[in-house]
Design a protein around this ligand. Structure first.
Ligand code: THU
Length: 135
């Protein structure tokens, strides 16, 4: 279901996507997070000549959230090129899991297509998280 802040999230994701460093894949991704403090934090993918050490947009946005004072993820909005929804990779689903409740919605938007909304629980069922370690 569309959210009142979706237009802002989309704009923030697109703004940061334009600054993505993706010379190898040429697949620029932007992520905007609505955090528990009501603020929007954004991050882009950052690739590297040593391919495996590049990172996705989602952890960049999570780092921006923590650096800015946000603690919990309330909504995630990711944009990328093309028509297919840019859904988070497996590792990023787990990274989001650390800071989000199961019902948090992740919007995946290939910018020339329609946004796809899925909950964290749908993307990462039966997941392992902080509570297993007493947190
Ligand atoms: N990528 C992201 O940043 N987030 C996603 O949700 C999917 C993939 C990036 C990683 C890499 O820099 C490029 O897209 C191609 O895989």
């Amino acid at each position: 279901m569309a959210h009142a802040r979706d237009a802002e999230l989309l704009a923030a994701a697109e703004e940061v996507r334009a600054r993505a460093y993706a010379p190898y894949s040429n697949f620029q991704v932007g992520t905007a997070i609505l955090a528990d403090d009501g603020k929007i934090y954004a991050g882009c993918n950052v690739e590297n000549a040593a391919y495996p050490v590049g990172n996705c947009a989602e952890p960049s946005a999570i780092a921006a959230m923590l650096a800015g004072g946000g603690k919990r993820i309330r909504r995630v909005y990711t944009t990328g090129p093309g028509t297919m929804p840019v859904t988070p990779c497996g590792g990023c689903r787990q990274r989001i899991r650390e800071f989000a409740d199961p019902d948090v919605v992740i919007v995946s938007h290939g910018i020339d297509g329609e946004p796809l909304e899925q909950t964290l629980e749908q993307l990462l069922p039966h997941s392992f998280g902080p509570e297993y370690l007493g947190r």
